[in-house]
Design a protein around this ligand. Structure first.
Ligand SMILES: Nc1ncnc2c1ncn2[C@@H]1O[C@H](COP(=O)(O)OP(=O)(O)OP(=O)(O)O)[C@@H](O)[C@H]1O
Ligand SMILES: [Mg+2]
Length: 387
């Protein structure tokens, strides 16, 4: 029975049937799609190593004049051995003589026959070369189509893997909502009074739950970003409002670490056309990083300004800073600098990857100015909405 291809569907790496890439398990063979995709990806990559390419050795172009003359009965084997022995001896000018010349000198072959044999051989070589070219072209076509198939397979497999992250992240949210609900009820003493030790334990649990929630949000955003599904819901937006919201959300963390938060916001800053939720998330992530990587007593500031027809937004801190040569690295997924500080600070190293994706999907860019020990300044520009 012929398979009906539905737009957006991909083939299951295990059974080859069409599946919806958003499923976790293949409805036909039951295999977990992400794992099967990872295994299939590895197999494709190992198959792409050039192990079975036909070698095109230069030997096929080397003329074997002597053997050819024996084959066509012009000279005997003994004649050839004699001529070869002479050709190995140095000639009058100290150089070795070519076999053809020796055969002429020994009168084993006349000039006309030699010319004819050489011409025949050249023609044979030419046809061998043409055939080998045709073979080569055929191999190139075949390899190109194999590579194209592998490429499209790999992009399907990648989609399955990143959908897996999104699926799992969404499913993690449900039990977490229950945990958070009950923790809130307990903290509000609705489920009864708590001892001092229980209150302390509850505080730790709520902090951990908050962190888990943030991580899950990041994973969802990241999987969306990596599967090119970063849909922007743009609208006219006052970034000053987003900055205030981000600072309010980060205030408890800043207090906890004795870091002062400041902002220079002009009333009625120009409007920009952005996805407010995502740019709000970017601001929060940059401020959270600034707090995380600034020692107690430091300062974190968000500045808004205007540069021609662009709004410039800068988040700067007085923290540990970043070596200029490591600035590119911090935007790589799961990449964190100095392990010891990062372990203390927590996180998985996805924040900035997503920050850059969100900013770039707005057609904007982000820049980092920093030196080790001298704080960091993350700046990005958004086009101002024409009034
Ligand atoms: N303001 C900053 N000052 C110094 N280093 C920074 C700053 N912001 C980011 N970094 C460095 O860049 C790395 C990557 O940052 P990113 O936000 O991607 O990950 P994270 O904060 O470690 O984890 P996550 O954001 O996933 O919780 C950080 O681990 C840190 O080493
Ligand atoms: Mg971060």
């Amino acid at each position: 029975m012929e398979e009906k291809v539905i737009a957006g569907q991909v083939t299951c790496p295990q059974c080859g049937q069409m599946v919806n890439p958003h499923e976790r398990l293949c409805p036909h063979c039951g295999v977990p799609l992400a794992q099967a995709a990872a295994i299939a990806e590895r197999m494709i990559q190992s198959n792409l190593t050039p192990d079975n390419v036909v070698p095109i050795a230069p030997e096929i172009l080397v003329p074997r004049l002597g053997e050819y003359l024996i084959e066509r009965g012009t000279i005997s084997d003994a004649d050839l051995q004699r001529a070869l022995a002479v050709s190995r001896l140095p000639g009058a000018n100290g150089q070795r003589r070519l076999l053809g010349q020796v055969l002429l000198d020994l009168e084993l072959v006349d000039r006309e026959t030699l010319d004819q044999v050489v011409t025949e051989q050249i023609l044979e070589l030419q046809s061998a070369l043409q055939q080998s070219n045709r073979h080569l072209e055929q191999r190139v076509r075949q390899r190109t189509s194999e590579l194209q198939n592998a490429l499209s397979k790999l992009s399907e497999l990648n989609q399955l893997k990143s959908n897996f992250i999104a699926n799992v992240s969404h499913e993690l949210r449900t039990p977490l909502t229950h945990i958070k609900g009950y923790l809130d009820l307990m903290a509000d003493h609705i489920l009864g009074e708590l001892t001092e030790d229980q209150s302390e334990a509850l505080k730790v649990m709520r902090r951990a739950e908050g962190r888990l929630e943030e991580l899950i949000d990041e994973l969802i955003h990241f999987s969306l970003a990596s599967s090119d599904e970063l849909f922007l819901q743009r609208g006219a937006c006052d970034v000053a409002v987003l900055v205030s919201e981000a600072l309010t959300k980060c205030a408890p963390k800043a207090r906890e670490r004795s870091i002062s938060l400041a902002s220079s916001l002009e009333a009625g800053s120009p409007l920009v056309m952005v996805d407010a939720e995502k740019i709000g998330w970017v601001l929060q992530e940059l401020v959270e990083n600034a707090i995380k990587f600034t020692p107690p007593g430091g300062r974190v500031e968000v500045r808004l300004g205007r540069e021609d027809d662009r709004l410039v937004i800068a988040v700067q801190d007085t923290g540990i800073g970043i070596a200029p040569e490591q600035i590119d690295e911090i935007f790589e997924p799961f990449h964190q600098l100095d392990g010891s500080i990062t372990r203390r600070a927590g996180g998985v190293g996805l924040g900035l990857t997503l920050v850059r994706k969100i900013i770039e999907s707005h057609g904007a860019t982000i820049e980092v100015q920093s030196q080790v020990g001298e704080g960091a300044r993350f700046v990005f520009w958004l086009p101002i909405l024409e009034s």
